[in-house]
Write a protein that binds this ligand. Structure first.
Ligand SMILES: Nc1ncnc2c1ncn2[C@@H]1O[C@H](COP(=O)(O)OP(=O)(O)O)[C@@H](O)[C@H]1O
Ligand SMILES: [Mg+2]
Length: 366
């Protein structure tokens, strides 16, 4: 059900952003375009989002005095990183409008809760089960059959905390490998999906219940990290319609105000299975900065500020490539392509696997 629309934030109001990474940085830039100020809260002094905001609180997410002062200094809070402690989100939500709701974060922080939620609202996923130790892993693999994928239930990203399981995998070692990344929240065993391609859909929903989806895009991963996003996705129209329908349905059912990114597998026979949710801007939506009427970051700001949502019509076909680790060394060569739009996140240290920037090649339709 739609909530009553709240009155829009006035120009000059302050948007609080939990998390200091590139997603927060690009959200703050979008907020500035609409006349808002941003105040970032994050633990790292040199975080990318702090470079573009005049206000930042550098403190641990557990620091209640800092959280209380932050709540008093902002008009609304959003997140750029869903793995902030839930207690911090709840603490803030009791003091200041907070979108998306902490209950949504709680679902998206845990792969088991995500898939249970999908099941509850009739959205298909791969077969899965909860595992809590090496013995329950062995029983689950015997029941499910291989291949399958073991993942830590919480705090996994970019393939961290995941182990592929084949018929001859040593399950004791697999459990130990996963447990290194686990946080004590247990694990999920998923049936391996022999997918044709991976797609994602980002959906925005305002406090009045209005929804807008960005077109489904195709995601290609390298070493479990997003490498390229191809716009639009090269999948049958029927599957893409299904993916968009799932996104719209999920946004309403989860009670979203803000953005929800949904990663999905499209199988050879056109089935669409939800893999993962992120209640925030998503790497696969960076192309919208350069090739869409409204960017995902502007859309987030509009949704949480009580403004009408913008059009999500694409202006061009596009391919977004992440610049990961050492890729950034040759970033300037992309500038030789006049249709390449380079975005660097201001990170000084190019550690392996670290997202340093991205480049979007656009192919305007006219
Ligand atoms: N059940 C699965 N079947 C096939 N491939 C999978 C499965 N789960 C994950 N993968 C592959 O691993 C990638 C990363 O997994 P994901 O669940 O998205 O975790 P994260 O992105 O948080 O690391 C996916 O994009 C996909 O390529
Ligand atoms: Mg993923």
């Amino acid at each position: 059900m739609a909530n009553p629309a709240s009155s829009p934030l006035r120009p000059g109001a302050v948007i609080g952003i939990l998390g200091g990474g590139q997603l927060g940085r690009m959200t703050a830039i979008a907020a500035a375009h609409l006349g808002y100020r941003s105040h970032v809260f994050c633990p790292d002094a040199d975080a990318p989002a702090t470079h573009v905001t005049s206000r930042a609180t550098i403190a641990p997410y557990e620091d209640e005095a800092a959280l209380a002062a932050f709540a008093a200094a902002v008009d609304v809070v959003t997140i750029e990183f869903e793995n902030i402690p839930l207690t911090a989100a709840q603490f803030l939500a009791a003091r200041v409008p907070f979108h998306p709701d902490p209950a949504i974060l709680s679902i998206c922080q845990n792969r088991l809760r995500e898939k249970e939620f999908c099941g509850k609202i009739g959205v298909p996923t791969t077969r899965y089960t909860s595992v809590t130790d090496a013995a329950s892993l062995a029983a689950a693999v015997a029941d499910m059959g291989s291949p399958c994928v073991l993942k830590t239930a919480e705090m996994g990203y970019d393939g961290k905390g995941q182990v592929a399981i084949a018929a001859d995998t040593d399950l004791g070692a697999a459990w130990a490998g996963m447990a290194q990344a686990a946080t004590g929240a247990g694990a999920i065993l998923e049936r391996y999906v022999d997918f044709r391609l991976e797609v994602s859909v980002i959906v925005a929903r305002g406090s009045d219940g209005a929804r807008q989806t960005f077109v489904p895009v195709e995601n290609q991963h390298k070493h479990h990290i997003l490498d390229q996003t191809i716009v639009p996705a090269r999948a049958p129209a029927k599957a893409l319609d299904k993916a968009e329908g799932i996104a719209r349905h999920m946004a309403a059912e989860i009670g979203l105000v803000g953005l929800l990114a949904i990663e999905m597998f499209v199988t050879g026979d056109g089935e669409v299975l939800v893999n993962e949710l992120a209640p925030r801007p998503h790497n696969s939506g960076h192309w919208t900065l350069d090739a869409c009427v409204t960017s995902q970051f502007e859309q987030l700001v509009r949704a949480i500020a009580g403004l009408p949502l913008g059009s999500t019509e694409p202006l061009a076909d596009a391919v977004m490539k992440n610049l990961v680790g050492d890729d950034v060394a040759s970033a300037s060569t992309h500038l030789n392509d006049p249709r390449a739009k380079l975005h660097l996140y201001g990170k000084t240290e190019a550690r392996p696997g670290r997202k340093m920037g991205h480049v979007t090649r656009i192919n305007p339709k006219y």
